[in-house]
Design a protein around this ligand. Sequence first.
Ligand SMILES: Cc1cc2nc3c(=O)[nH]c(=O)nc-3n(C[C@H](O)[C@H](O)[C@H](O)COP(=O)(O)O)c2cc1C
Length: 172
Amino acid sequence: MKNTITPIDYELVMPDDDFISSKTNIKDILTYVNPLFIEYSGYKESELLGQQHNIIRHPDMPRVIFKLLWETIRNNREFNGYIKNLAKDGSYYWVFTNVAPSFSSDNELLGYYSVRRKPDAEKLNYIKNIYVDLLEIEQQSSAKEAIDNSLYKLNTILNGREKGYDEFILTI
Ligand SMILES: Cc1cc2nc3c(=O)[nH]c(=O)nc-3n(C[C@H](O)[C@H](O)[C@H](O)COP(=O)(O)O)c2cc1C
């Protein structure tokens, strides 16, 4: 479901000890949300379960970050990253998220699991600047070239640090 919420300039700041978690099936459909997911997103549990995870996608997020997220988890690795989420009333909340694939005892992919906590303020400031640049590139590019151009820019930043995205995120 693509949402049509108008974002507002109001931030919900997570306290240090909150964890927001969710589970999806292999098709990205929400199958579980914890009480804090419900609280921050502003939806009822019944409005969330059965919906796609992009129900909380914020338009300020560069598409390339979600491309990396899906590439990583589809390769059976866990993804770590900073995400700006959109609540039902248009407000936003930044999270540091870990998304991981979940397997049965005989190694069958069951779905995906994610846990989010409050991002470190200094690291988040650094990330915000990068996201502004990536979003601008994506908006100025044709739909076909947007992700490639944005990925090129991100790789330029990462290559300057001689790190992959995962290592970069965990060590900034
Ligand atoms: C377990 C799991 C957790 C996710 N958490 C978020 C999240 O907190 N915020 C978000 O915008 N996307 C999250 N995503 C990514 C969404 O599936 C989706 O790719 C993203 O919102 C971009 O949506 P779009 O491709 O329709 O633009 C998560 C995906 C999975 C599998």
